[in-house]
Structure formats: C-alpha cells, structure tokens
Design a binder for this molecule. Structure first.
Ligand code: IMP
Ligand code: MG
Length: 193
C-alpha cells in the first residue's frame, strides 16, 4: 500500500502504485488547451461534445479555461472491457440532445487507446453533417492504436499502461482521484470477474 498517497488523499488512493500526472500538471495543460480553443474557435460558437462519464473532470476544467461562447452536450456509449481490449462493438446508450447539422463540433475525450470507440462515434457524428468536426483528447495512448485519425488538441501521450483518476475508472472506481495514477497489480488480480 502506498502510505504517503493514502495519507494525503485518503482510502481511495490506497490502490495507487504511482502518480503519473499530478493535479497541477493536468491543470497547466488544460489551461493551454483552453487558450488554444478560445483562439481557434473565436466567432464560431462551437458545440463541445463529451463522452460520459470519464470526460467529466476534463470537460469541467476545460470549460472554465475557454474564454469564448461555447455550448456543451454529451453522449454515452457502452464500454468494452479495457483490461482485455475486447473489441466488441460500441453502442450508443445516450445520444446528443442538440442537432449538430451545420455546427462546429469539437469532440472532447478523456482517453484514446485503440481508437475504436472514437472511430465509431466520429462516424456517427459525421453522418449528421456538422460544418466541422475536430478531436480534443487529454490522455492519448498511441501504442495500441488500431484506427488513426487527426487529433487537433492533445494533453499528454501515455505509455501503454492502465491509468485511473481525474475521471478515469477501473470498474467504475477511482474516478474521484484528483490526479492520474497507475494501479497496483494486485488490484487486477484480486478483482477478477
Ligand atoms: P479505445 O476504444 O480503445 O480508444 O478506448 C477508449 C475507452 O476505453 C475510453 O473511453 C475509456 O473508457 C477506456 N480506457 C482506455 N484506456 C483506459 C485507461 O488507461 N484507464 C481507464 N479507461 C481506459
Ligand atoms: Mg471514456
């Protein structure tokens, strides 16, 4: 058990092996991305579309660092098992509330690994004929990418390692950690099934 982390962050941090990015490091990067979006989308009233639930923290922090008028909407998709990278098809379980025809859409993702999820979503959104469709991702894991697409705004590249915190989960836990961390291997062994 990581005693130092546990003392600072409480029981939720007991399973963390290592801090990958601190809360401050993430915030600094999010400020930069927010500034770039504010500059690039000035006068275009973009709609920021996020995928629940992992994008929650990133969307909230990013929005507070964007200084132009924007609107937001969310979709939710059924997730495949990230441990096995089971490539079952992606299903949309919550659709957008707003029409996106003729609008500038900036798609906001917390993490991209194989790219299969994002590819499915982008195809779906593209069919609705937005004026433009760009991708903004906080954590990019390029090593297992199966489908490539252009990423306009990127926070960090990550090695092939499963990470949690800042909205990211393992079996729905650890989302509420303010930093990004790796999990002790024992967590994966103990919680099979
Ligand atoms: P992709 O389809 O392989 O790009 O996977 C994207 C989805 O898998 C993300 O939206 C996450 O829900 C999940 N995922 C991938 N890597 C991680 C990780 O390291 N931690 C938590 N979730 C992850
Ligand atoms: Mg996600």
């Amino acid at each position: 058990m990581n005693e130092t982390l546990r003392k600072t962050y409480g029981p939720i941090a007991s399973d963390i092996q290592q801090v990958v990015f601190t809360s401050d490091e993430i915030q600094q990067r999010v400020i930069q991305i927010g500034q770039a979006i504010s500059r690039d989308y000035l006068g275009r009233n973009p709609l920021l579309v996020g995928v629940l639930k992992g994008v929650l923290f990133f969307m909230a922090d990013l929005l507070r660092n964007i200084s132009i008028p924007v609107e937001i909407d969310f979709i939710a998709v059924s997730s495949y098992s990230p441990e096995t990278r089971d490539q079952g098809y992606v299903r949309m379980v919550k659709d957008l509330e707003m029409p996106i025809f003729n609008r500038h859409i900036l798609f906001i993702e917390d993490v991209i690994d194989t790219g299969l999820t994002l590819n499915y979503i982008l195809q779906n959104l593209r069919a609705r004929q937005p004026s433009s469709l760009e991708v903004c991702v906080l954590f990019n894991k390029p090593e297992h990418r199966l489908i490539e697409f252009p990423i306009k705004y990127k926070g960090f590249d990550l090695p092939d390692q499963f990470v949690v915190g800042y909205g990211l989960d393992y079996k729905e836990k650890y989302r509420n950690l303010p930093f990004l961390g790796s999990l002790q291997p024992s967590v994966f062994q103990n919680q099979k099934g």
